[in-house]
Design a protein around this ligand. Structure first.
Ligand code: AMP
Length: 392
């Protein structure tokens, strides 16, 4: 019987999971992946095998009250009943914030959990759900080793100047600094890059999903990111503002009566593509819409990607490759085309046909700077880290 790693990415209303087995190769092999979505409303479990064939499905009765802990228990039971040739030997969790202390994946114990709990205010949309899954599993399976893999860890290589806000030292020393997120995705892309662009030293990666950010990577190490203290900075996203003049927040508090909770809701849930379009937070809906505000939201998204591309290129003092990844980056030829066309001044000669095919190379053969589409795989990165931590 093989030992399997259960990868868990717990969000506010969904629990994504994947199973990997370490067969002694360079990387763990995938057994299957799936999700339980609609937790709290209409929970629905699906799982696919390594080839993408659906091998399990369950819809809870409409009046069922299902918590994250219930969903996790259902998943563990499903694995025990259906994947009888493997034993779950460890769980690897995506944890959004590792703060200053956690610069690598870490085995979880009570002390680690208490430290991660303190970081909840820095990632209120994600951290509580990540930690709830860890706690639920510790309660039901106390003997199961659990490993936390952080979205911030890959960015701990940023130079001090990229981590600093222009704030008094006393505030910065309390941990108010720029961290960067989506690190598991960027780390995975950095691992894959030599297969695509072996000579590229200075690379900008655009992780464009419902959460969106960009990262500057030099020789495999992150040196700058568009996200900062929290995952609300940088690009406009599905429902998040991205970078916003802090004076706007001050104005809303002083003149419009907003309190902390109202500001949080505005910045994280009501803004971004949804707020600007009034139509949807989903790029597919916006691209299909005839509504002028939907087009404006797309324009804003593309404009900020192009603008941050310039800024990250400046941080790298040049660029050797541009990479698109995540839901929009991997699946939307239109957004890639519009970004690349705005980036021709950097030496990116766009290839429309290659782009329509989905790449992987979407620039011409002779483009001074190549552009690529590389699918990300945060779950695999978590499995790799978890296997490493377990081996000590
Ligand atoms: P992610 O958070 O990486 O799963 O990405 C989710 C986002 O990808 C969704 O909000 C969609 O807007 C976007 N997406 C997925 N497929 C497409 C597509 N074919 N065209 C445009 N956007 C897409």
């Amino acid at each position: 019987m093989n030992d399997a790693i259960l990868v868990i990415n717990a969000g506010s209303s969904s629990l994504k999971f994947a199973g990997y087995v370490d067969t002694g190769g360079v990387e763990p092999e995938i057994l299957g992946k799936g999700q339980i979505e609609g937790i709290g409303t209409a929970p629905y479990f699906t799982v696919k095998d390594e080839g993408g064939t659906r091998i399990g499905e369950y819809r809870w009765p409409e009046d069922a009250s299902v918590t994250h802990a219930d969903a996790l228990e259902y998943l563990i039971n499903w694995i025990e009943e259906n994947a009888t040739d493997v034993r779950v030997a460890a769980a690897g969790h995506r944890v959004v914030h590792g703060g200053l202390e956690f610069s690598a994946a870490t085995r979880i114990d009570d002390q680690v959990l208490a430290k991660l709990e303190k970081l909840v205010p820095l990632a209120p949309l994600h951290q509580p759900h990540n930690l709830a899954a860890i706690r639920a599993l510790a309660g039901s399976h106390p003997e199961l080793p659990q490993v936390a893999c952080f979205d911030t860890a890959f960015h701990r290589t940023h130079p001090p100047v990229a981590q600093m806000f222009a704030l008094p030292r006393s505030i910065a020393e309390g941990g108010v600094r720029r961290y960067g997120f989506h690190g598991l995705s960027y780390e995975y892309i950095a691992r894959r890059l030599p297969d695509y662009a072996p000579k590229a030293s200075r690379v900008v990666v655009a992780h464009l999903g419902s959460g969106a950010s960009m990262c500057a990577i030099r020789d495999g190490k992150s040196v700058e990111s568009t996200m900062g203290f929290t995952a609300v900075d940088g690009l406009p996203m599905g429902t998040r503002t991205g970078a916003l003049d802090p004076g706007v927040v001050l104005y809303l508090i002083q003149e419009r009566g907003y309190d902390g909770a109202a500001i949080e809701k505005l910045l994280y849930k009501e803004s971004g593509l949804l707020g600007v379009s009034g139509v949807s937070n989903d790029m597919r809906d916006l691209l299909a819409s005839n509504e002028p505000r939907a087009a404006e939201a797309v324009d804003l998204f593309v404009y900020h990607i192009a603008k941050h591309l310039g800024a990250l290129t400046a941080a790298l003092e040049g660029i050797d490759a541009l990479v698109f990844t995540a839901g929009i980056g991997e699946n939307s030829p239109e957004i890639r085309e519009r970004v690349c066309e705005r980036a021709s001044w950097l030496g990116i000669n766009f290839d429309p046909e290659a782009n329509a095919r989905g790449g992987p190379r979407i620039s011409t053969e002779d483009s001074p700077v190549p552009a690529w589409v590389i699918p990300t795989d945060e779950e695999r990165m978590i499995a790799i880290h978890t296997a490493r931590v377990l081996k000590g």
